[in-house]
Ligand binder design. Structure first.
Ligand SMILES: *Cc1c(COP(=O)(O)O)cnc(C)c1O
Ligand code: SF4
Length: 325
């Protein structure tokens, strides 16, 4: 158990190549590629918080937890069809609010994350211009003026990187809007910095119950350990999980089934398995659709229906996430 508080855990994240306990060259294997790694990091810095560090097997270049956070020379690739905004977020942005679907609005509450996932589709997103730090009043107005919005999704970045006081205040402000029936929190923090799920957070969330949904983002069963289960065990809100299908991390039927069952043991139901978005610099994580369908069929053949997540892809302009299988 770490004795650091959650803010310290995030602050003590590994953030430079020289701090890494493994050789980057064991991954790229090519001398002279330092420049490419530097370029990748300049674009999207390294961030590996303490709990995650302790779970990585640093001696295994194929470790699925390491792969998610270790910069790779491939990130500087400019493969065809891999773009900066594959999900069409920018055209859907109204200040800090992203509106794509009729009855729900996504609010970018912060640009900060507790971890930097190399495959992230938001690695190019201009957070400086689009997050609530700038104009909470405008975001509240936007939602207040549209009674079609029944659900507010707090996302980012990661909403749980905000301190409790700020978070609770936000909840209150959204709850005060009559037509907002549900509040959803999309977060990777509970598996990355489990100590963040502190007593005050649990107490506040439970007080509100029913109307709150926490959607976790977990890609591999090893992300869920005892500490994570303990952290989540006090929550009495709906817990769901979304994963991204990632080459070299979880593109395997057994790995995906283990992820679902590990989620269930932690009280989390699988929600989505996302096709990786075609984000520039992430082509090395891509899984093609035919293979994704085969993997998904493998899950169906090995799990009860309630442990099989929906395999979806995001298509800009569509009125929901689009089912693939
Ligand atoms: C993914 C997403 C949602 C949530 O979609 P659900 O299918 O309800 O999970 C909402 N708004 C935006 C902008 C999204 O990208
Ligand atoms: S926590 Fe989520 S938003 Fe942040 S880098 Fe990882 S995938 Fe991207």
């Amino acid at each position: 158990m770490s004795t650091l508080n959650w803010q310290q855990e995030i602050r003590k994240a590994l953030s430079a190549v020289r701090e890494l306990p493994c050789e980057l060259s064991s991954v790229d294997g090519m001398p002279g590629d330092d420049r490419k790694i530097r370029e990748a990091i300049r674009e999207f810095g390294i961030k590996i918080p303490v709990h995650w560090q302790t779970k990585i097997n640093w001696n295994d270049p194929d470790d699925p937890l390491l792969k998610q956070v270790l910069p790779d020379v491939e990130e500087t690739g400019t493969d065809d069809g891999f773009v900066c905004d594959p999900t069409g977020d920018l055209p859907a942005a109204h200040g800090g609010v992203l509106r794509k679907y009729k009855d729900r609005a996504l609010v970018v509450v912060t640009g900060a994350c507790a971890i930097h996932c190399r495959y992230c589709f938001r690695r190019h997103f201009p957070y400086r211009e689009h997050h609530l730090g700038h104009d909470l009043a405008a975001a509240l107005d936007y939602i207040r003026q549209d009674p079609d919005i029944k659900e507010v999704i707090l996302s980012g970045g990661d909403p749980l990187t905000l301190p409790n006081e700020r978070l609770f205040l936000l909840w209150e402000q959204f709850e005060r809007i009559e037509h907002v029936r549900r509040i959803r929190i999309h977060t990777r923090v509970p598996v990355v910095v489990p100590s963040r799920v502190d007593k005050a957070l649990v107490r506040e969330l439970n007080k509100r119950h029913r109307r709150y949904i926490v959607v976790l983002h977990i890609n591999h069963a090893r992300e869920i350990d005892e500490t994570v289960c303990d952290a989540l065990s006090g929550l009495r809100v709906t817990l769901l999980n979304q994963s991204v299908l990632l080459k070299g991390v979880n593109d395997d039927v057994r790995v995906l089934c283990e992820l679902s069952t590990a989620c269930f043991r932690a009280g989390i139901l699988p929600y989505y398995l996302h096709m990786p978005d075609k984000t520039r610099g992430t082509a090395h994580f891509d899984v093609d659709e035919a293979r994704a369908k085969t993997l998904h069929a493998g899950m169906r053949a090995n799990l009860p229906g309630y442990l099989v997540p929906r395999l979806v892809r995001e298509i800009p302009g569509a009125d929901s996430k689009v089912p693939v299988a």
